[in-house]
Design a protein around this ligand. Structure first.
Ligand SMILES: Cc1cc2nc3c(=O)[nH]c(=O)nc-3n(C[C@H](O)[C@H](O)[C@H](O)COP(=O)(O)OP(=O)(O)OC[C@H]3O[C@@H](n4cnc5c(N)ncnc54)[C@H](O)[C@@H]3O)c2cc1C
Length: 427
């Protein structure tokens, strides 16, 4: 998705391969995966390792979706804490789910290590920074629940968080040492490289226009005329979901997340700001998240306008947030501004749908998709290979379009404005 005012910091190496590999039209493959982001590629890699013949079709280039545009914060868990998951899903499924979400960051860093992926990373934790007493209490509650499960987490005092972030305005916070930061485009590109090496055929610029089923076999047609037959299809299109499966796009709210990157920081600033390289998200309703890159820039992101940006002014709220945290950056240039789409579901959980046998759709990354979608891909592949639903950490659910979905932009814009006002009062 190349847009005039979107200029991401993450760049593919010039030597990165273009993928144009298609199975012959007459051959019936085991799985066609629509979407070449982290979910599609992780599913493909693991399915190929389980002996399946897999075709990935990507409408643009690998990494054009959220997977190559994101903040690169690899954070385990979900919005919900373990106790909530147990209460909501029951003891058995809840326990399995807590163990699954606890391990999603491990899955990413183990994949980088075991597959020797050329991905710049720092694994030194994620800080959830609290700016109110209420947020501190929530952090203490989260800390208690994860520590009881042996997770490497701890609370941070006001002094500690000031030293670790160099930022102003936090009362304290929570450090989750299971987390880290990566270059997300390098990760997505490397996933594609190892998937192709494992036998997956990947074709870019293949926008899937139609899927249909005939005599138990799926038929897939792309805009550029490719025709494929498959035993199963996985829709891994997430926030970029179109009209392929009726009702699916209406089950999510695709939000825009905007990001900015500074010029490389001077050695003095770099020593004062995130000296140990953690990732940070704050506790505001409209939160900002930030981290440093391998070349010493500060990357900060947050919610952006729902319409497409018109110019740099559409990132001005993030520049203000940056200076509120780090007044010393007032003379440092903002060199990059970009955005991507995040898929939110009303219950803030990823959804797995299987409306017909052999047709799977997975949507709703909630902004934690690097770990979540990597780990889910592995489980989806096991399910495709075994048919055993116990492989799926989340229950398969019916496609339930959100009522009044067509008016979502108005609702989201109004909610964001209201939350911004509440956040401003709490400053
Ligand atoms: C700005 C931003 C910052 C974020 N920050 C973080 C972060 O710090 N940490 C984190 O964990 N998560 C973060 N996220 C979320 C994370 O990026 C996503 O959860 C994750 O990348 C989703 O992966 P995916 O493979 O499901 O979807 P995507 O990467 O979006 O891939 C979907 C792909 O499907 C393709 N597609 C759509 N329709 C078709 C079609 N008809 N035919 C063929 N292909 C099609 C699209 O082109 C796209 O490439 C962020 C997201 C954004 C946008």
């Amino acid at each position: 998705m190349l847009l005039r005012f979107s200029d991401p910091i993450w760049q593919k190496p010039r030597t990165a391969t273009a993928f144009q590999s298609l199975f012959p039209a007459g051959q019936c493959v085991d799985v066609v995966i629509v979407g070449g982001g982290i979910l599609g590629l992780s599913t493909a890699l693991h399915a190929a390792r389980l002996g399946l013949a897999v075709q990935v079709l990507e409408a643009g280039e690998i990494g054009n979706g959220a997977s190559g545009l994101n903040g690169g914060q690899v954070i385990p868990g979900l919005k919900y804490d373990p106790d909530w998951l147990l209460e909501h899903f029951g003891l058995e499924r809840g326990e399995a789910l807590v163990n699954f979400v606890a391990s999603t960051a491990d899955t990413v860093f183990e994949l980088i290590r075991d597959e020797r992926l050329a991905v710049p990373f720092v694994r030194n934790g994620w800080i959830q920074a609290a700016h109110t007493e209420t947020a501190l209490k929530a952090a203490a509650n989260r800390d208690r629940q994860w520590r009881a499960r042996g997770a490497d987490v701890r609370l941070l005092s006001g002094t500690e968080i000031a030293t670790m972030t160099g930022a102003q305005g936090y009362l304290g916070g929570w450090l989750d040492r299971r987390a880290g930061v990566i270059d997300p485009l390098a990760y997505t590109s490397e996933l594609a490289r190892v998937a192709a090496a494992a036998g997956v055929k990947i074709a870019e610029r293949q926008n899937v226009m139609q899927i249909s089923k005939n005599a138990g076999i799926w038929h897939v047609s792309t805009e550029s005329g490719a025709e494929l037959k498959a035993k199963a299809i996985v829709l891994a299109t997430n926030a970029y979901t179109g009209g392929l499966l009726p009702g699916l796009a209406e089950t999510i709210v695709p939000l825009h997340s905007f990001q900015i990157a500074t010029a490389p920081l001077s050695s003095n600033l770099a020593a004062a700001i995130l000296p140990e390289g953690q990732a940070v998200s704050d506790s505001r309703r409209i939160l900002v998240y930030y981290r440093k890159t391998a070349d010493g820039r500060l990357v900060l992101g947050g919610r952006g306008r729902m319409a497409l940006p018109n110019g740099p002014a559409d990132w001005a709220h993030l520049e203000r947030a940056l200076l509120r945290l780090y007044p010393a950056l007032s003379d440092v240039a903002i060199e990059k501004r970009w955005f991507g789409r995040v898929a939110m579901t009303p219950d803030h959980l990823p959804h797995i749908h299987e409306p017909e046998k052999g047709l799977l759709a997975v949507v709703g990354c909630q902004g934690r998709g690097i770990g979540l979608m990597t780990a889910l891909g592995e489980r989806i592949a096991s399910y495709l290979s075994s048919g055993d639903t116990r492989q799926l950490p989340f229950p398969v659910s019916p496609i339930r379009p959100i009522p009044f979905h067509a008016f979502r932009q108005v609702g989201v814009a109004a909610t964001i404005a209201w939350y911004r006002m509440l956040d401003a009062f709490e400053r």
